[in-house]
Design a protein around this ligand. Structure first.
Ligand code: 5GP
Ligand code: ZN
Length: 113
């Protein structure tokens, strides 16, 4: 499948990994929008949160907990951070493999500018 984040998950495209386990990978965004900008993905291909089903409940819980762990490891947990996922055209989603952005390291301002 021609999916950028599947390739990052399998290691055929390099990334700066900050957390990895059997099911989940977290890595630095290539174009950071904040001092800390991480992406957390399931290794399983799911195009967006809207494409997930009940069978993905445990996996998505793992992604959320990996986001939490990556934020702690990056040192932004105490000051606070934002976790967001874009879904479809109006959100501006560019990569169609579900990913949670973890943003922090400075005051982030309003969610929608
Ligand atoms: P989206 O707009 O789909 O929610 O976010 C996609 C994110 O993936 C963007 O923040 C973009 O900077 C990031 N990105 C795109 N290509 C690459 C890449 O090759 N490597 C990494 N690490 N991040 C990427
Ligand atoms: Zn994929």
């Amino acid at each position: 499948m021609d999916c950028l984040f599947c390739k990052i998950a399998e290691g055929s495209i390099p990334s700066r990994k900050v957390y990895e386990d059997e099911h989940v990978l977290a890595f630095e965004d290539i174009q950071p929008q904040a001092p800390v900008h991480l992406l957390v993905i399931p290794k399983k291909h799911i195009a967006s949160l809207d494409e997930a089903g009940p069978e993905d409940a445990e996996l998505l819980g793992r992604v959320a907990l990996a986001a939490r762990q990556a934020a702690r490891d990056a040192g932004i947990a105490e000051s606070g951070y934002r976790v967001i996922t874009n879904i479809g055209k109006d959100s501006g989603q560019v990569v169609f493999h579900v990913h949670y952005h973890v943003l922090g390291g400075e005051p982030l301002g309003p969610l929608v500018a």
